[in-house]
Structure formats: structure tokens, C-alpha cells
Ligand binder design. Structure first.
Ligand code: SAH
Length: 478
């Protein structure tokens, strides 16, 4: 097929980013916004030899899974990818995505996967679930400030203060900020020129505490008339923390490296499953608290703690999982690379009166090997660290470094609990571990991102019980 060619296609599959996939005379087309079961008229926008990308022009026969989107910008906005798909179908798509990755990349057998996989856990109310939102600021063609979301794969801002995924109070906050910008002539940042002041605003909401955080990301060192902005925002019920984060770099990274308090405190608190957490603007915190509780409960269940265990929690963020684990283990060691998050983690442990937990700042792949000492110089304390009963990992999308996986396998914990936000790297890492003495026991997906294509998965790996004979054969005796 050629660019600009128009065709009628029946969508028969769904791609990793939620796009529809169909064939025209054997030629595969990827069609954004089309859903399995749609019959649609599409226009080719990019044609490769064996496949191409097409734009959805008109739906001829809608799929039985197609629903009316809640948000008027669902199609353009990059925030949601599959809002026009029924929620049940979204869950099926995600469960399949996990299964496919484990099969194709992980090399796991389909029958095994069927045995070990639990049903995906969805939400009863799949909207307004996000406790965090980052809105970019821009300027419309009339020179007026706007804020909203980037259109898919671009930095074009779609003005919208009423996002269906965020909490409803966000709209009032955003409207206040925009009104302030207009009145005091505070310019939005312009990526192309590097000029203008306000880049983004980060909003956070504690679902349990109803505390609100506003952090403005600014291309400079201060905000003119900040006292007036603060006066207005502080009147909003629940407002707890107003801060700004300077970011003068010409980069896609949203937040600056530090932040300053304008009003209130530099953090909000929230609680999940009876543990209280302090969250600052720069710390990672799971965005969907309702599902996070289910996710952590699953991680805890898989860890199967009886009270006497030593546990490592790698990529621990502000200690969310660590504190959950600590309540049922003898000792938990957390590792996190962001210093501020580690400070929060320690404070969180203190505030919850949890003493059997210790946090280390650094990269997991550097910290863990340090405690895996085979030589006799190890102290008793380090021996415990070198031979944990359980290791929990929750890496970012790129997964774990191979050197870390190697150390984990050498440490031979009874169980490894892998929490993942990317089934592809999860599958790769599980394959590595399963080639080094572990077996896949459980797979549980939890939908943390309804309307989006991401999915969170928890897996349980158990140490294989070898007999001596196999050990020798594989050369794993030392
Ligand atoms: N377990 C936490 C955080 C998971 S997100 C929770 O559930 O809230 C992943 C975390 O890994 C982030 O906090 C990120 O800062 C951290 N991180 C990224 N690379 C890392 C590395 N190489 N070593 C340790 N932590 C890392």
C-alpha cells in the first residue's frame, strides 16, 4: 500500500500501545483509535514494505467493545489510549499482554502460564483514580495561557483542565493558576525558545487524608507575585503544600532537581493499608492508591512472611512496600537511588513506629553486591544481608540490570517477588532468573492504569530444590 491510500479494514488484533491491527490483502495496518471488531475506513500515513500505519477516518461498523468516551479529548490526548474500549475488554487486553510477553520473551510454556496466572484485578470505578497529575503550560494562538495534556507522541498541548483520570479538585486549582497568570502577566514556558516562566504544575492528592500538593515547575528562581498566587491557592480546602521546583534546563525532564516551599509544608501524607506515608514533590509514589493497596497485598501474599525472615526491597521509593513487609518480617533492607525518597522512607518508618527496617541510598546493582560477600570477613549482620529469605524488586520500566539479577541468583533467597510496570522487561528478567535456579510460581496482574495501556504485574519465583546430581551437572556446586 502507498501513503494516502484509503482502505476499508476489519480490526482483528490489538498492538502493545492499544492500537488496532488489521489486514488489507495480506498487508498489515496499525490503526490508532481503532478497536478489535471495528470495521473502518482508514488512510495510510506511513507505508513500509510489509506493514503500515493508518489514520482512522470513519467507523463503518463499530466493534461490540466500543463505548462512548467520558472525556471529549480522549482521542487526541496522549494521556488515555483506550478510553473508547469497554473496561472489561481493556482488562482482557492487559491480561493477554502479560501472557504474550511471558510466552514470547520469557519463553514460558503456555500451559504453565495458565496454571500460575491469577485473574487480572480491575477497578470498580475506573475513572478519577489518579492521585498525581502533571500539566504542562503553554500559550494559545491568542497569546493566552493554557494548560492541559500533550497530544499523543507530541508536545502540542491540548487545553483541558477537566481530566477524567485525575481528581476533580484539579480543575479548580488549574483555573486559579491560569487566572493568576493572565492577571499578573506570568508567561508560560515555551520549549522552542526556552523563554517564559511556568513549565508544568504537579498536583498530588492524598486519597486517605484529602491533603493537596501543588508544585510549580519554573524556568527561573522565583515566581513574581507568588504571595498572591499562594493566597488564592491556600483557600482551597485540603491545600497542604505549595512549592516550586526550579528547572532552567532545556530538557524533557519535568521536575527540577530541588524544590522550595512557598506555603505550608514540603510534603503531603497519605495512607495505604494502615501505613502512613510522607510524599514530597520529587519522590515516586504509586499513582493509583486503590489498586496499589491490592498490588501490595499481593506482593505481601507472595512473599509469604512468617515473622523470622530477612528481606531486601530493591527500588523501594519512599519505602511503601518495605513498610508493608516489615510488619511481617524480622528485618527489611530497602534500596533506592533518589536521596529525597530515602529520607522520606526513613521518616515514614519513624512515623509508623517501624524499627526493623533500614534504607540505603544508591543503585540496587551497586548496593546489593556490596552485601553479598562470600569471604569470611562478613559480620553476622552482613551474613544475614547476604543470605536473605526473600528479595522484592520493583524496578522502573527498563527492568533490572543483569549484574543485579546475577547477584540475586547468587544470594539464593527462597523467594523472589518481582513487581513490574513493564511486562517485556519483566519477561526478560524472569527468563534470566529461571535459567539460574528459580521457577515461576505465580503471576498476578493489577490494573493500575485504566484507560491507558500500561499494566502492573507481581510475580513469585521460588528457588528450585535441586538434588546433588543436577547441581553437579550444571556446574552450580560452588
Ligand atoms: N517500590 C516503590 C517504588 C517503585 S518505582 C513503590 O512501590 O512505591 C521504582 C523506583 O526505583 C523509583 O523510586 C526510582 O527512583 C528507583 N530507581 C530507579 N533506578 C534505580 C536503581 N538503579 N537502583 C535503585 N533504585 C532505583
Amino acid at each position: 500500500m502507498q501513503k494516502d491510500e484509503v482502505a476499508i479494514v476489519k480490526i482483528e488484533d490489538i498492538g502493545v500501545d492499544g492500537e488496532g491491527i488489521g489486514k488489507v490483502d495480506g498487508y498489515t495496518l496499525f490503526v490508532k483509535d481503532a478497536i478489535i471488531g471495528d470495521e473502518a475506513e482508514v488512510k495510510v500515513i506511513k507505508a513500509k514494505k510489509n506493514y503500515g500505519y493508518a489514520r482512522l477516518m470513519r467507523i463503518i461498523t463499530p466493534s461490540e467493545y466500543r463505548v462512548e468516551p467520558k472525556c471529549a479529548y480522549a482521542r487526541q490526548c496522549g494521556g488515555c489510549q483506550i478510553q473508547e474500549m469497554s473496561y472489561e475488554r481493556q482488562l482482557e487486553f492487559k491480561a493477554k499482554k502479560v501472557r504474550d510477553n511471558l510466552e514470547r520473551i520469557g519463553g514460558f510454556d503456555a500451559t504453565l502460564l495458565e496454571c500460575v496466572t491469577e485473574p487480572i484485578v480491575g477497578m470498580d470505578e475506573p475513572f478519577h483514580y489518579r492521585n498525581k497529575a502533571q500539566f504542562p503550560f503553554g500559550t494559545d494562538k491568542d497569546g493566552q495561557p493554557i494548560c492541559g495534556f500533550y497530544a499523543g507522541r507530541t508536545h502540542h498541548i491540548i487545553a483541558n483542565t477537566d481530566c477524567a483520570l485525575g481528581v476533580e479538585i484539579n480543575q479548580e486549582i488549574l483555573e486559579q493558576i491560569l487566572a493568576f497568570m493572565k492577571e499578573y502577566h506570568v508567561q508560560a514556558y515555551d520549549e522552542k525558545t526556552g523563554r517564559g516562566l511556568l513549565r508544568h504544575v504537579l498536583l498530588r492528592y492524598g486519597f486517605a487524608t484529602k491533603e493537596i500538593m501543588v508544585c510549580l515547575v519554573v524556568n527561573g528562581k522565583k515566581i513574581p507575585h507568588a504571595e498572591e498566587l499562594v493566597r488564592r491557592l491556600a483557600q482551597i480546602e485540603g491545600m497542604t503544600s505549595i512549592t516550586f521546583s526550579p528547572n532552567t534546563k532545556r530538557t524533557n525532564v519535568i521536575m527540577g532537581e530541588s524544590f522550595e516551599v512557598l506555603w505550608g509544608q514540603g510534603y503531603i501524607t497519605d495512607s495505604i493499608g494502615g501505613v502512613n506515608y510522607r510524599i514530597s514533590p520529587l519522590s515516586f509514589y504509586q499513582v493509583n492508591p486503590v489498586q496499589t493497596e491490592k498490588l501490595y497485598a499481593k506482593a505481601l501474599e507472595y512473599a509469604d512472611l512468617q515473622g523470622g525472615e530477612t528481606v531486601w526491597d530493591l527500588y523501594c521509593g519512599i519505602g511503601t512496600i518495605s513498610l508493608f513487609l516489615a510488619r511481617e518480617a524480622k528485618m527489611v533492607y530497602g534500596v533506592e537511588v533518589v536521596e529525597q525518597a530515602v529520607k522520606d522512607a526513613r521518616e515514614n518508618a519513624r512515623q509508623n513506629g517501624i524499627e526493623n527496617v533500614e534504607f540505603y541510598t544508591g543503585r540496587a546493582e551497586d548496593v546489593l553486591p556490596r552485601y553479598y560477600k562470600k569471604d569470611a570477613r562478613a559480620t553476622w549482620d552482613d551474613m544475614g544481608k547476604a543470605h536473605p529469605d526473600v528479595i522484592v524488586v520493583d524496578p522502573p520500566r527498563k527492568g533490572c540490570e543483569e549484574s543485579l539479577l546475577e547477584t540475586m541468583a547468587q544470594m539464593q533467597p527462597e523467594r523472589i517477588v518481582y513487581v513490574s510496570c513493564n511486562p517485556a522487561t519483566l519477561a526478560r528478567d524472569l527468563k534470566y532468573l529461571c535459567e539460574r535456579g528459580y521457577e515461576l510460581k505465580k503471576v498476578g496482574a493489577v490494573d493500575q492504569f485504566p484507560m491507558g495501556v500500561h499494566v502492573e504485574v507481581v510475580c513469585l519465583l521460588s528457588k528450585l530444590k535441586f538434588d546433588k546430581h543436577i547441581d553437579v551437572e550444571l556446574g552450580w556446586t560452588n
